[in-house]
Write a protein that binds this ligand. Structure first.
Ligand SMILES: [Zn+2]
Length: 72
């Protein structure tokens, strides 16, 4: 696995490149440059759905902000 890509490690959902919670700032920037807003929102919605299975229970507002709010 390349470690200069800011992608999520599962099931921790930490970034494999910088160890921040994913999506880290570089990941957000890269995703924004790759997709339009609708595509990005859908993509992140799917990631959130996956993360819900992997992560211990989190306050929904926290996950919402982490995965979706920044895409708007
Ligand atoms: Zn990162």
């Amino acid at each position: 696995m390349r470690t200069d890509d800011h992608t999520a490690a599962r099931p921790s959902w930490d970034c494999v490149a910088c160890d921040q919670t994913w999506p880290c700032d570089p990941a957000r920037e890269a995703l924004r440059s790759e997709m339009d807003r609708v595509g990005l929102a859908i993509y992140m919605w799917e990631r959130l759905d996956e993360a819900l299975y992997d992560l211990p229970p989190n306050p929904p507002a926290e996950l919402f902000e982490r995965f979706l709010k920044w895409t708007w």
